[in-house]
Structure formats: C-alpha cells, structure tokens
Design a protein around this ligand. Structure first.
Ligand code: GTP
Ligand code: SPV
Ligand code: MN
Length: 590
C-alpha cells in the first residue's frame, strides 16, 4: 500500500480510477496536487533534489530552471503513437493502430510495478476558461515531477478543475509513467471510446504532457466529431488596426512552423497604430456561435515553445516572455547560470554546456541547444497577452490560415474561393519536416490542417466534418494559405517574416472586409504585390513578385501527389474534396 498525501478529492470516480492505476504501478507514495503556490515551491525543490531541474541564475532569470531530458527522448515519437479505436478503419491511414485489448495488455505489463520507489502524482486539470461550457477536465497521473511542474504551467491545475468536474465521471483518464525511458518500451496510446490515454517510456513534451496533443487534439478532435465542433492545431491572435477594430485569426501550421511567433508578433515600427493580442499559440477549440460565426477558445494556459530562433530581433515578445518563471528544456547553459540557444541575442558563448550538459565547442559543428529545445511558460507572461483568453465563449474568428514550410511553389499568401475550397487548401497542406518529431528533417510530407500527427480518427471523416461546418455556420471565417518560407536559389528566405508577417495579416483583414486588391488565379486569390509593399518594406521588387507568383507548371506537377495521397483514404474521401481536386486540375488546364 502506498502512502497517500495532498488534497484527496471527494469525487468517487476519480478516487476509484487512481486506486486502480496505483494498484498496477505500485508507487511508494501517492500525492494529490492542489495547484497552489506553496505546492509549486515544494515540488520545485523536490525536482532540484532529484536532478530533474537545475536552478538557473536567479538574479538574471528569476524563477527559471533548466531540464535536460534523456538523450533518446527529445521530441514526439510519432511511430510509437497509436489510436486504439475498436475498429481499425476509424483510426484511418493517418494513425498507427493497435487493438484496444492488445494495447492495454501490452502497456499494463510495462506499467506493472514501474513506480516502485517513486511517487505517483495526481494532477487534476481544466482545459479551457473557468466556467466555460466548452471546457473539459482531465486527471493525469504521472511519476515525473518535471511533468507535474510543466502541467502546472500548461493547464489550469488543481482545485479549479475539481470544482468544474463536481461529482461527474466526465473526465479524460490520463496515465503517464516514465518506466525506464527505453524507446523499445515506449508507447503513447489513445482510447477514444474510453476517454483514456496511456503513455509510457517518455518524459518529453507532447509524449508526456498528456493535456496537450493527446487530450486537446487527439481525444478532443474525436469528441468534436461527435458533438459538432473542431479541435485544431491552431494559434489564436487578435489583430487591432489603427482605427481600433480587432479581428481574430486562427492559424494551423505544422510543428515548428511559426504558430508561437505569429501569435506573439511584434508589429514593425513602420506600421504605426497596429497592435497584437495573444490568445493562444498552439491549440484551438472551435464552435459555431449563435451568430453563425465560428468562436474559438484556447484550452491551454501556457506555451511550450521552440527556443532556437527566439531573439529580440525576430520576436521581442517571445524573448521577454521567457525572462522569468520559465522551465527550459534542452537549451545550453553558460557558466554564469544563464541560458543560450542558436538565434539568441548574445554572441556565441565559449563557456557553455550544451543541451546534454557537455562542454560545448562552438567550432565543433553541433548545436549548443537541441533544435527542438523548448521553454514552458505561462501565457500571461507574454507582453501581448490578452485577457480575452479567459472569456468562456472565446473570440469570434474572421479568418483561418493554413501555413507550412515550403521553399518553392507556394505563394506568400492566397485566399480560397469559399469554405469547401478552403477545406481543400487545408487538406492539401504539406510541409518540410522539422525537429519537433523524431525522423528526417526537411523532407516534404503531407500534413493536412497541420493535424496529420494529431487527428484522433480517420482523416477522411475529419474532412467531411470540416465540410459540414459550412452548413451549420452561416458566416464562417475566410480561409487563406500562407508560406513565410520561400527561398531563392542560394537558400536565402525571400520574405523577412516575423513582424513583417503583419503586412500579410493586413491584406487578409482587408479581404475579410471585401477589400484588398487581389488577382484571381487557378489556385485562389493572390494579392497584388503593391498591397503588401509600401510603408518601409525593404525587399527587392523581383523578390516580392516571386513571392506572389503562381507557377502553373509546378502546380500541374503537384496534382498527382495530391491524388495519390487522397487515394489512401479510399471511400472515406469526401466528394467535396474530390470535386475541388478536379476543379483545380481544370482551372490549371485552362
Ligand atoms: P510548435 O510549438 O512545434 O507547434 O511550433 P510553432 O508552430 O509554434 O513554431 P514557432 O513559432 O515556435 O517557430 C518555429 C521556428 O520557426 C523558430 O525557430 C522560429 O524562429 C521560426 N520562424 C517562425 N516564424 C518565422 C518566419 O516568419 N520566418 C522565418 N524565416 N522563420 C520563422
Ligand atoms: C508540437 O510538436 O507541435 C509541439 C510540441 O507543440 S509538443 O508538445 O511536443 O507536441
Ligand atoms: Mn504544436
């Protein structure tokens, strides 16, 4: 029997489930988290003691700590992630599948006795604003104090969640254990029919913070399919024009393709009077409002952001966000106890330990920070944080963006003809892969709606669900495709990106208000170069022409790769998507 401490809730369903998992995992202690400040201090000390956290220089970086993960545990492992629906077809070709009974059996054996000598922490957490009818409760059990401290930042944790739950059994059961961190015994399994997630053998990010990708996307997307809403891998940002009007925009970009940066954009000095309001940087839950518009909430409370590339010249807001109360994972540490990464403001250090804790040789050809090193920090730390984040109904969405990393072919921005065509733009999204998941980097892969690794059911059904939103929403957002990542022959980015992306948002907002100069092309409405330039944009005319040009030949060559991908969905592929593919082919022929 384990020692029990902390705040045990009165909810019998929660108690019963925790008793069951404790019986399987056999921890020495069970600790029920309450989310208090006092608890944070105690758990932080415990984390320092066991080596999970290294205190940083508290003068320069108050409340900041460094975590170094196991060397084989630095990113999501998509090949070890499963959707264990009853019927394999319901997981679709977009997911790995295991039969539920087989996977419960396999993971039970790994969990059995795996917490001996350890503490099992119970984390009640709320996803979404307090008092919102759209918010959901999860209970995560974990043997990692690092995971507890991250979940504390990433969610609304403790009493607030138990109050929301009351005596209901409507909560996601999230079981997480490090076991021995052996990649051969690592599995991240989802059971949508049981509202349950089991994750074992990893302590990192989306594998271990089960509120994030596992609950808020994979499980939630399936719930949304059933109940008529959308769970999306989307940032939410409010863009205020000089006349004081605010438009809210959602954007889906694959991992490490710019969501956090767009959500925290710093307007360029030349665009006077524009302001940015940050609501969310990774996940949106989206519903049809009584007014026929789509409304979005950010279910999360924190940011688990990519460190490399974060500097005051690329994104001052993000840079300032991480100067206090931040947990850094796998960045480099300098001898004065401060942090550094590639793209940091400070010069390349000669006295740094790299992300593994080894002395770093700047000439050695390896990065100091891991390319997928991260910071975990409350969204309220961000200078552009908006209190609209707390609104139970969320914010009304004017435009949705699909973006990805593409060196060639995809223009800087173009607008879909309508909702069905916009859904098609999402469905055909493809991106060069990044370090956010294990595997090759820089390879173009299809990543529809930036949800390929996160859609908890058959993507054919998901597209049909997207198409059906138009029938229920009289006034849906306008849909756009964006690409900040075009390069020239020498590999240089054609578009300055970051703050200058506001020029693209300005055109998008004009289009939402039926303005904005555009040219109709076979792929959609593309801006006139003149609607992006002006007020101090400092790039060559030939570059801007290239950024908005449509390479018909390249698009024709792309059609086959689209249809090959769609064919893998067989008869689950919606007619509306087939129709759009055919229309695009016809327009390109004309
Ligand atoms: P996840 O947290 O993995 O979902 O990533 P994300 O989509 O939030 O990406 P993030 O904003 O953290 O950016 C990832 C990387 O892309 C960082 O290294 C950024 O510096 C870089 N990046 C972001 N926006 C731009 C841009 O407009 N232009 C260029 N060239 N790079 C960008
Ligand atoms: C992503 O990979 O899209 C992330 C990081 O946001 S993780 O939490 O690891 O999924
Ligand atoms: Mn993400």
């Amino acid at each position: 029997m384990s020692n029990i401490s902390g705040t045990v809730p009165t909810n019998g369903f929660v108690q019963k489930w925790v008793k069951e998992v404790a019986a399987m995992c056999q921890p020495d202690d069970v600790y029920w988290c309450d989310g208090s400040e006092d608890e944070r201090e105690r758990l932080t000390q415990a984390a320092v003691q066991c080596g999970d956290l290294i205190p940083l220089n508290q003068q320069a970086l108050p409340g900041c700590y460094l975590h170094r993960s196991a060397l084989n545990d630095v990113a999501r492992t998509e090949n070890l992630t499963f959707v264990c629906s009853e019927d394999k077809e319901d997981a679709g070709p977009n997911n790995n599948w295991m039969a539920p009974a087989e996977s419960y059996d396999k993971l039970s054996k790994i969990f059995a006795g795996s917490m001996r000598g350890r503490t099992l922490y119970v984390i009640p957490f709320l996803m979404g604003p307090q008092g919102s009818p759209f918010s959901k409760v999860g209970i995560q059990v974990t043997d990692s104090v690092y995971v507890v401290l991250n979940m504390r930042i990433m969610t609304r944790m403790g009493k607030i969640a138990l109050d929301h739950l009351g005596d209901s059994d409507d909560f996601t059961r999230c079981l997480h254990g490090k076991a021995d961190l052996d990649i051969e015994r690592r599995f991240i399994c989802h059971y949508p029919q049981d509202n349950t997630i089991w994750s074992v053998g990893s302590g990192y990010g989306g594998n271990a913070l089960l509120a994030k990708k596992c609950l808020a996307l994979r499980i939630a997307s399936k719930l949304g399919h059933k109940d008529g809403w959308l769970a999306e891998h989307m940032l939410i940002v409010g863009v205020e024009s000089p006349d004081g009007e605010i438009h809210y925009i959602c954007g889906a970009f694959p991992s490490a393709c710019g969501k956090t940066n767009l959500a925290m954009l710093v307007p360029p000095a030349t665009m006077k009077g524009w302001k940015i309001h940050t609501i969310g940087d990774d996940i949106s839950w989206i519903r049809v409002g009584a007014d026929g518009r789509l409304w979005a909430i950010n279910p999360e409370a924190g940011v688990f952001g990519v460190a490399p590339g974060t500097g005051s010249n690329t994104n001052l807001n993000a840079y300032r966000t991480v100067t206090k109360d931040t947990i850094f994972t796998n960045v480099a540490m300098r001898s004065d106890g401060t942090v550094w990464w590639e793209g940091h403001d400070d010069p390349v250090p000669s006295d740094a330990l790299d992300w593994r804790g080894e002395p770093w040789d700047p000439e050695g050809g390896t990065p100091a920070a891991h390319p997928n090193s991260r910071f975990t920090v409350s969204i309220k730390n961000c200078p552009s944080y908006s209190s609209e984040w707390e609104k139970p109904q969320g914010v009304p969405i004017s435009a949705m963006l699909f973006g990805a990393r593409r060196q060639k072919l995809i223009p800087l921005v173009y607008q879909s003809f309508d909702w069905q065509h916009g859904t098609f733009l999402g469905a055909t999204l493809a991106s060069e892969t990044t370090a956010a998941a294990t595997g090759a980097v820089g390879v173009v892969r299809r990543d529809p709606m930036a949800m390929l690794p996160f859609c908890g059911y058959n993507m054919g059904d998901y597209w049909q669900h997207w198409l059906s939103m138009a029938k229920r929403a009289a006034n849906p957002p306008k849909i756009f495709r964006v690409n900040w990542f075009q390069r020239n022959e020498r590999g240089r980015f054609l578009w300055p990106g970051f703050g200058e992306n506001l020029r693209v948002l300005r055109w998008i907002i004009e289009r939402c208000k039926s303005g904005g100069a555009a040219q109709e092309t076979p792929i959609g409405y593309v801006p006139k170069a003149s609607s992006l330039s002006g007020d101090g944009l400092n790039i060559a005319q030939s570059d801007i022409d290239q950024l908005v040009s449509v390479d018909r030949e390249g698009w024709r060559n792309n059609l086959k790769s689209q249809s090959d991908f769609f064919a893998t969905f067989g008869d689950r592929l919606p007619a509306g998507i087939k129709e759009e593919h055919k229309s695009l082919a016809n327009r390109l022929k004309a």
